[in-house]
Design a protein around this ligand. Structure first.
Ligand SMILES: Nc1ncnc2c1ncn2[C@@H]1O[C@H](COP(=O)(O)OP(=O)(O)O)[C@@H](O)[C@H]1O
Ligand SMILES: [Mg+2]
Length: 255
């Protein structure tokens, strides 16, 4: 099956440091794919390259058959790519539900270029946005906090809010950078079932995380990066028994 997202011989250098080095990587439609590796391996950089936030130094990124080279950073959103960040990024001066409403912009008539809520024009559209935002808050268990200030939420709930905002845009691909980091065991279990549900609805998920049990439990396929290069790829079972992976990563304490 053709890849929905493909990195072809992608390299990204920051000055003399090569963060991602000639990487071939792909995600198939409908897959739950994980990217793991030690700190500094290049995982977040690869996500930034795949979404066009960071331009490639060389190589190409193909989304749904088309190269995104030279496209502006917001282009990925118009292709249905949504993501969350390693350091949660919320609008802290807005309420919980307002944060999710912002995520609806990709399917509203105002479109992607608008940057605030006040120009959401027609009342009927605004009502649809509010209904959809409540629905997404319900999915992540934050319905009761809809009117609270986003900044007042505990950390785990801020992570779930960021996911709700991403889902509100009805993405075809959801990329998550360390979503389980800082979550309790119970919150991680809730996150697992939410991600399984999302995939069962046809959304493709690409996940970066350090929590091995979480990653190995839910992923169809795992790619391991180390020092900017792919060192292994396969099913969770294959990757966990790979000698290079054990040496580079699993055998040592994750940091
Ligand atoms: N914007 C940047 N400027 C300079 N160096 C960067 C930048 N982003 C990442 N790096 C470097 O690239 C390497 C890979 O980083 P990153 O992709 O964040 O790794 P990971 O997410 O796997 O921990 C690290 O050495 C990091 O310091
Ligand atoms: Mg990272």
């Amino acid at each position: 099956m053709a890849a929905l997202i493909q990195a072809v011989q992608v390299t990204r250098a920051f000055g003399g440091l090569v963060a991602v080095n000639s990487v071939d990587f792909s995600v198939r439609r409908g897959q739950m794919k994980a990217l793991i590796g030690p700190n500094g391996a290049g995982k977040s950089t690869l996500l930034n390259l795949l979404t066009g936030i960071t331009p490639v130094t060389s190589g190409d990124i193909i989304i749904d058959g088309s190269s995104i080279r030279g496209r502006p950073a917001f282009h990925a959103a118009t292709l249905g790519l949504a993501r969350t960040f390693q350091n949660v990024r919320l609008f802290e001066n807005m309420t919980v539900i307002e944060n999710v409403m912002v995520g609806c912009h990709s399917w509203t008539r105002q479109g992607i270029a608008s940057g605030a809520l006040r120009w959401i024009g027609h009342w009927r559209e605004e009502r649809l946005i509010i209904e959809e935002s409540h629905r997404q808050l319900g999915r992540v268990g934050l319905e009761a906090e809809a009117g609270a200030d986003a900044a007042s939420l505990p950390f785990g709930k801020q992570r779930m809010l960021e996911i709700a905002r991403a889902l509100a845009g009805h993405p075809q691909v959801l990329m998550l950078d360390e979503p389980a980091s800082g979550l309790s065991t119970r919150e991680t279990a809730e996150l697992s079932s939410l991600l399984r549900q999302i995939v069962s609805e046809g959304v493709t998920v690409l996940l970066v995380d350090h929590d091995m049990q979480f990653v190995m439990d839910i992923s169809d396929e795992v790619t391991v990066l180390d020092q900017g290069r792919t060192i292994a790829e396969g099913t969770p079972e294959q990757v966990q028994s790979d000698a290079a992976v054990i040496a580079a990563y699993l055998g040592t304490e994750p940091n």
